[in-house]
Design a protein around this ligand. Structure first.
Ligand code: UDP
Ligand code: MG
Length: 137
């Protein structure tokens, strides 16, 4: 079993697509290890997306991620990182495969409904960025 970190982003929460996305997560065989609603601050969003600092989309991305509540979660299953990335689909919903969450619920390359860790090192960093150890029991 592997863990990954996921976010239901502000656009999807605002559009009331969170329940449908959680249903899909369960249908894909993930266990939900931890889940909470969070209003991310500007500093938290900048730190979370530090790898993208300096890129043209960075400040707009931070504004978007702080525009409303998000749902942060830790998901578990075999090959959780790769499987969740496959279920999410490509970053740009216009390029995402049919049947992916971003194709179904994403509005643009920025407002793309969900986040998923890219690799094991990112997953480890992202899980502890939002969850203290006692919330991961
Ligand atoms: N993003 C954006 N414009 C871009 C690329 C990315 O607004 O040209 C946003 C989008 O919300 C994306 C996030 O920045 O999900 C992080 O980008 P990354 O390349 O890491 O994509 P992801 O790993 O989320 O597929
Ligand atoms: Mg990424």
């Amino acid at each position: 079993m592997e863990k990954t970190f996921a976010i239901i982003k502000p656009d999807a929460v605002e559009a009331k697509n969170a329940g449908k996305i959680l249903s899909r997560i369960e249908a894909e065989g993930f266990g939900i290890v931890a889940l909470k609603k969070h209003e991310i601050t500007k500093a938290e969003a900048e730190g979370f997306y530090a790898e993208h600092k300096g890129k043209g989309f960075f400040s707009s991305l931070v504004t978007y991620m702080t525009s409303g509540p998000i749902l942060v979660m830790v998901l578990e299953r075999d090959s959780a990182i790769a499987h969740w990335r496959a279920v999410m689909g490509a970053t740009d919903p216009a390029k995402a495969d049919a049947g992916t969450i971003r194709k179904e619920f994403g509005a643009s390359i920025e407002r793309n409904a969900v986040h998923g860790s890219a690799n094991p090192a990112d997953a480890a960093r992202e899980v502890v960025y939002f969850f203290p150890a006692f919330e991961l029991l």
